[in-house]
Design a protein around this ligand. Structure first.
Ligand SMILES: *[C@@H]1O[C@H](CO)[C@@H](O)[C@H](O)[C@H]1NC(C)=O
Ligand SMILES: *[C@@H]1O[C@H](CO)[C@@H](O)[C@H](O)[C@H]1NC(C)=O
Ligand SMILES: *[C@@H]1O[C@H](CO)[C@@H](O)[C@H](O)[C@H]1NC(C)=O
Length: 191
């Protein structure tokens, strides 16, 4: 007995040191990592090309006006209006073309002097290896300019650490009902 007691104390002491170490680690706020330890290998540049199909009328509208200011209706630029969208992204310009994702988010008329929108949305992809991955766009969209550039500020899934830009070009605008098809060229750096 006299010989085994110190052994127990030894084990107890070791356990105590070990659990203190574990606790110190679990309470660590930040640490340095190599990018390969999270599976990030080589940075690459991808080009995505698709068309956004926006329907603003009828039962199947993909863009809905959700809020406005009392002065929005008398504003030349609809200043203050906010719309929520869930627009299909297709491979080709035809509305029946294969869907590769959706543009989900909102835009707001944010200029007093021109038709310029604040865009805050995600492209949620559903096609092939990109299924479930997203890109986040936060930018300014001067809708009547020929080509509009908007920053890609991040992403998820295959697009983790994404950064880049999207070029938007109106492909078709139906003056009588407001439906729009926009061609997108997206250049994105990711892993
Ligand atoms: C603005 O016009 C729209 C469409 O005509 C109408 O639904 C809405 O109630 C108007 N809003 C205000 C604040 O007058
Ligand atoms: C995309 O992923 C969802 C959920 O995992 C799955 O249900 C769907 O079939 C996938 N679509 C394609 C085109 O792979
Ligand atoms: C434009 O909208 C009008 C009114 O809804 C519709 O009759 C016409 O077919 C549309 N044009 C095209 C090319 O989709």
């Amino acid at each position: 007995m006299a010989q085994t007691l110190p052994k127990y104390i030894d084990i107890f002491f070791t356990l105590f040191i070990f659990s203190s170490l574990l606790q110190a680690q679990s309470q660590q706020f930040s640490r340095k990592l190599s990018s390969t330890s999270l599976g990030f290998k080589k940075e690459k540049l991808s080009h995505l090309h698709f068309y956004l199909q926006e329907t603003v009328h009828g039962d199947h509208a993909t863009a809905v006006r959700v809020a406005e200011a009392p002065t929005t209706n008398t504003s030349r630029t609809s200043f203050g209006v906010i719309a929520i969208i869930d627009d299909p992204l297709t491979v080709g310009p035809e509305p029946t073309s294969k869907i590769v994702g959706r543009a989900q988010g909102m835009y707001a008329s944010a200029s007093l002097s021109e038709s310029r929108l604040l865009m805050a949305l995600n492209y949620v992809f559903v096609e092939g290896k990109y299924n479930g991955s997203t890109l986040s766009i936060l930018g300014s969209n001067s809708v009547f300019s020929k080509v509009r550039e908007m920053p890609i500020v991040g992403g998820s899934g295959l697009f983790r650490f994404a950064r880049g830009y999207a070029l938007a070009k109106t492909y078709f605008f139906n003056l009588s009902n407001g439906d729009t098809i926009v061609e997108y060229n997206v250049y994105v750096i990711h892993y």
